[in-house]
Ligand binder design. Structure first.
Ligand SMILES: [Zn+2]
Length: 159
């Protein structure tokens, strides 16, 4: 097999091709446990897009694989063989993720998307935790929007 990949990239690509990296999901789940968060479920099939994590208060988390979703930070190399196939596949993934986000938003769900590299890189996990904590603090408004419980006034009040 000849391609343009370094052994390291090839290994990661093959991992990505096999499906969702289970260690990625495990890392996310243990982060949530470590944050002391309760009331969430893994891989709920009946929510659009099958999010990795579903909280009871209409909040979901997706971890997007850097290869599968064409992460602009990691810029994983595509196999040279069937390159067009991979390009199409990844662009379809990106499009369908956008569609899922839109559907969930219309249903009144809040969506957090994190990149695989943000979960797998210890130094970036702090930022992921902050995003999740921030989202958990928000509550749904009557108009379907979200408002932080910490805020005494809605943003509209300040205008
Ligand atoms: Zn990435």
């Amino acid at each position: 097999m000849s391609d343009n990949l370094r052994p390291e990239d090839r290994r990661r690509t093959m991992q990505a091709v096999k499906g969702k990296n289970t260690s990625l999901e495990r890392t996310l789940f243990s982060m949530l446990v470590g944050m002391g968060l309760k009331g969430w479920k893994k891989n709920v099939g009946d929510v659009p897009g099958k999010p990795d994590v579903v909280f009871d208060r209409r909040l979901v988390i997706f971890v997007d694989g850097c290869f599968w979703h064409g992460c602009p930070t990691c810029r994983r190399k595509l196999p040279v063989t069937n390159r067009e196939y991979w390009e199409r596949k990844i662009s379809r993934n990106v499009q369908s993720a956008r569609k899922v986000d839109k559907t969930l938003a219309e249903m009144g769900w809040k969506v957090i998307r994190v990149w695989e590299h943000e979960v797998m890189d210890k130094r970036k996990r702090g930022a992921v935790r902050r995003r999740i904590r921030f989202a958990k603090k928000e509550d749904i408004r009557q108009d379907g929007g979200w408002i932080s419980k910490d805020r005494a006034r809605t943003p509209e009040d300040t205008e």
